[in-house]
Design a protein around this ligand. Structure first.
Ligand code: ADP
Ligand code: MG
Length: 699
């Protein structure tokens, strides 16, 4: 079976070496297996013909059957177009071609019956279809009753006549050949339990369904299979790890109790307490902890991370925190230092820009065990970084570290792998979490500290800037401080920097000294300069901080209560939410003002509206997923996991849950996949593991 599906596509009749090359380059289709899994992304409904009299302009694509009465070229110059008057006895419609009009005109015959397919639109009282698909009426298409698959293709392929129709012909042929080789890939007991269509029928059905019901069942079956095997692999990984890896036992909460009694700056929220309990249970269990900590911006993850560290340090081990960027690492360092100071713990920051001498000192202090906590970037993963006894590694992910990198931290302790706590900087949708972090246990902080007033978010156009300035002056009079943020996107760094300095100058004009003081911070400054400006703002020596997104993660300034985001349309939802989270940390009412031009793309408008509508990070994350799709959110590092063929994590959350439950139940009954009834599952998992190994070697 594997043999057949690994046959190179040029062996298929009608493809040949040239077309095969193009299909490989353009669509990455190398084998019969790739080809058969090049599923259509939608189907055109050819199941029925609509009478022209019954058309309305809300209809998506419709199929009509009628006769071209006459053809005519109308208009001049650019507006020149070909119009075919098409009637079916119930009414008449205009078929219109703007492009290649002359060529089309030659190929059409008036007085002939055709099947027309396209999207009707209404002009005045008349309907028309622009660039319809036309076929001469035959016995075959007259019979109707089928759904036409539409395949993704490219301009280059189309130029070589490999359009969707051509691919459909290829698939038809391939499916016939493949019939004897398609084996069932799910065990009988699952097919029965979940009433799933067989594999052969499902493959036939996703390409050439007879009706909508068949298509729906085929899709369900294939999505189930896809998600089931991903979940099975993740759950197996998790299971294997808890079996295999012992963890250091941290069951001495003395240090923690001391911190609670004498130094805790506020009462923990109920959610924070619950999460601490979950973590404590993990680290004293004797098994290695692998836990994901999710919580909205400002929900207080830092202190939970610190408390977890105390459990390790209290038992003589060390703790590390790794963040994806230098600025994030620096922020965490400052946040944790506050707490560490109180207990007399040693903490250091290690990033790419740490000087050689300081670096050496850190290495030594780590190895001798003098250093309790190390915060840093990827620099932590480097070989010279050796701990005396790393007990807990906290990873602030922000979707940026891959599974492989997570694993590298493990090797930092030869005796026992460190306990791992992964924190996400912003919430991620459940479906995505289940897929990306499905091998981890999950804790959620779903409660904000008491007394927080929800941030008020508004959208203002650039033209109303003066009013915004007026509002800023009122706020400053009340003793508040203000952030103004400009986008900084790497490709156009120069241009953005100009935006920023222009903005800075205009702010300085509108808010003149000595009454007002303005700070500026951006990525091109030296760390000392940045630090100096941040400190001035923190000490309330300046009222306004003009910055690039470096302050997305900058210092925590509870007195800052206004966040103004310039060119807000250029930011993604996660980033907007993260930026907004910089305010609303003190007692005062906070505001977020999203500034944009009048002109906004549809998506940008949805993003802005979402921000104005809700403060809920999970809701925002869901919208983000819907707008961008999982691949973009997770970045290339994760693509090995989220390259899904049929499933869509933004829509298929129900199927995902069913598949995960099924995988979980199966492993519970048969953890090592030894039962005969699961032998196909076992083979499938082994094949998949091979793929993943290959993938991780590449990355
Ligand atoms: P995030 O989850 O975004 O990392 P932080 O850990 O930075 O949030 O916490 C945000 C702010 O809330 C910090 O100023 C922190 O000191 C404060 N904070 C955290 N927990 C509590 C609490 N239980 N009560 C009051 N303030 C808290
Ligand atoms: Mg944080």
């Amino acid at each position: 079976m594997a043999g057949f599906f690994s046959t190179p596509i040029e062996y298929l009749r009608g493809i040949g070496p040239q077309k095969a090359d193009l299909l490989k380059k353009e669509l990455q289709l190398f084998t019969y297996g790739d080809l058969i899994q090049h599923y259509p992304f939608r189907h055109e409904d050819r199941t029925r013909f609509y009478p022209i009299a019954q058309l309305n302009d809300q209809m998506p694509y419709v199929q009509l059957k009628g006769r071209i009465r006459s053809l005519e070229m109308v208009g001049e110059g650019k507006k020149k177009r070909l119009v075919a008057y098409f009637s079916d006895g119930t009414g008449e419609i205009e078929l219109v071609w703007f492009a290649k009009a002359a060529w089309v005109a030659k190929s059409l015959r008036s007085g002939t019956d055709y099947v027309a397919f396209g999207k009707p639109s209404k002009f005045g009282q008349k309907y028309s279809i622009a660039h319809p698909e036309l076929e001469v009426l035959t016995d075959y298409n007259n019979a109707g009753g089928y759904l036409q698959p539409v395949y993704h293709t490219t301009e280059k392929l189309k130029r070589k006549f490999i359009d969707s129709k051509a691919i459909s012909k290829i698939q038809e042929q391939l499916l016939k050949l493949a019939a004897d080789y398609i084996h069932e890939t799910l065990p009988q007991h699952l097919l029965e339990q979940y009433r799933l269509m067989g594999k052969k029928e499902a493959l036939q059905g996703i390409h050439f369904p007879k009706d909508h019901e068949w298509l729906a069942k085929a899709l369900f079956r294939l999505k189930f299979e896809e998600l089931f095997y991903i979940q099975l692999r993740l759950l197996k990984l998790k299971l294997g790890r808890t079996e295999k890896y012992k963890g250091q036992v941290f069951d001495n909460p003395e240090l923690l109790t001391r911190f609670y009694k004498d130094h805790l700056p506020f009462d923990l929220t109920g959610a924070q307490k619950r999460v601490v309990k979950e973590i404590y249970a993990d680290v004293r269990s004797g098994k290695q902890m692998n836990r994901l900590l999710q919580g909205d911006v400002g929900s207080g993850k830092t202190i939970v991370a610190f408390i977890s560290m105390l459990l390790a340090i209290g038992c003589g081990a060390q703790a590390a925190l790794m963040a994806p960027t230098e600025i994030l690492a620096t922020q965490h360092y400052h946040g944790l230092k506050e707490f560490a100071k109180k207990l007399g713990l040693n903490i250091a920051l290690l990033t790419g820009s740490t000087k050689q001498k300081a670096r050496r000192q850190i290495h030594e202090a780590l190895e001798s065990g003098v250093l309790h906590i190390l915060v840093g970037t990827h620099a932590l993963l480097e070989d010279p970084v050796q701990f005396k006894n790393l007990g807990l590694a906290v990873i602030d992910e922000q979707h940026r570290f891959g599974v492989a990198q997570r694993a590298r931290l493990w090797n930092k302790n030869e005796l026992y792998p460190p306990h791992i706590l992964v924190m996400t900087a912003t919430p991620i949708p459940r479906t995505l979490a289940m897929t990306l972090y499905g091998d981890l246990d999950v804790s959620v902080i779903d409660e904000l500290p008491a007394g927080r007033k929800p941030i008020q978010t508004v959208h203002r156009y650039d033209a109303h800037r003066l009013r915004v300035f007026g509002f800023m002056k009122e706020q400053i009079k009340e003793g508040r401080q203000i952030y103004i943020v400009y986008p900084l996107i790497e490709e156009s760094e120069k241009l953005d920097l100009k935006d920023l300095t222009d903005g800075y100058e205009s702010i300085c004009r509108a808010f003149p000294q000595p009454e007002y003081q303005v700070s500026i911070v951006h990525g091109r400054q030296k760390p000392e300069e940045k630090e100096y400006e941040m400190q001035r703002f923190l000490k309330k020596q300046t009222q306004i901080m003009v910055a690039t997104t470096v302050i997305e993660v900058g210092v925590n300034v509870p007195n800052a209560s206004v966040m103004i985001i310039e060119n807000a349309e250029r930011f993604g939802l996660a980033q907007l939410h993260q930026l907004r989270g910089r305010v609303g940390r003190g007692a005062a009412q906070s505001y977020c003002i999203l500034m944009t031009d009048f002109k906004l793309s549809k998506e940008a408008r949805i993003r802005i509206d979402t921000m104005v509508r809700t403060n809920n990070g999970f809701e925002i994350a869901d919208m983000d997923l819907r707008l961008r799709g999982p691949g973009d959110i997770t970045g290339t590092q994760q693509s090995g996991i989220t390259d899904l063929l049929v499933s869509d994590l933004s829509k298929d959350s129900k199927i995902l849950q069913v598949a995960r439950d099924a995988a979980s139940a199966l492993l519970e009954e048969d953890p090592l996949l030894e039962l005969t009834q699961n032998k196909d599952v076992k083979r499938q998992v082994e094949a998949q593991t091979q793929d993943v190994l290959n993938w991780s070697r590449i990355s």
